[in-house]
Design a protein around this ligand. Structure first.
Ligand code: PCA
Length: 214
């Protein structure tokens, strides 16, 4: 049975919750004949991949979908690229601040997601989901985990596809934040489900298109 590894992040930066943990909790254990393996990662530069790496080695998933909160964004963002730098004014959950700090001194400057972006956008548009491609995952812990994961897959020549999805706040997070965008988590859950379907069942999507095109 195929496995899909899905990650969320714990709360950080004085927020009581991270929407991605709540989304993760609501995903089913099985989807499209694949087993869903869930893990919540610490928002700590030097710990996040230490938690994820043994999960990748143990489960050898066909797909890794990582989720994080992007405060202030209004849509679900599929990240195109991870860059080889840690550089943020926000402390991680152990109080570390990193600036001008390469993630891997011998690694490439950037690594593209291996998710099929065009197919994902076609499928999510069809379902009227507020999803778009983002060209920056920032330079904080989300970019860090995306870079480390893609670098691990590339250097070990794994077939695993992987990508990062940044989620907006949930409505409950913005009660005391006037004008801050938020999104109901059902859109987030449907987007994750759609991405998994596109990747695990490419034929299902094509045959739907064929039927629709007559
Ligand atoms: N978002 C942060 C790290 C953890 C999270 O959920 C980020 O965008 O880097």
């Amino acid at each position: 049975m195929k496995k899909v590894l899905i990650t969320a992040f714990e709360a950080f930066n004085n927020e009581p919750t991270n929407p991605t943990e709540l989304v993760l909790a609501e995903l089913p254990e099985f989807l499209f004949d694949a087993r869903i393996i869930k893990v919540t990662l610490p928002v700590v530069y030097d710990k996040a991949f230490e938690v994820l790496k043994p999960m990748i080695e143990k489960h050898q998933p066909s797909l890794i979908l990582m989720m994080g909160l992007a405060a202030g964004r209004s849509q679900i963002n599929i990240e195109r690229i991870a860059i080889n730098i840690n550089d943020s004014n926000t402390k991680d959950n152990l109080g570390n601040i990193k600036h001008f700090d390469p993630i891997d001194r011998s690694g490439p400057d950037g690594l593209f997601t291996t998710l099929p972006l065009e197919k994902i956008i076609t499928a999510t548009r069809k379902r009227k989901l507020p999803v778009t491609i983002s060209n920056t995952a920032g330079a904080y812990v989300c970019n860090h985990i995306m870079y480390k994961t893609l670098n691990h897959i590339q250097t070990n020549d794994l077939k695993t596809k992987a990508g990062f999805i940044h989620m907006p706040f949930l409505p409950e997070n913005v009660i005391d934040k006037p004008n801050m965008p938020s999104l109901d988590k059902r859109y987030m859950i449907e987007t994750i489900t759609t991405i998994i379907n596109v990747i695990l069942n490419p034929l299902a999507l094509e045959s739907t298109q064929r039927i629709m095109n007559g």
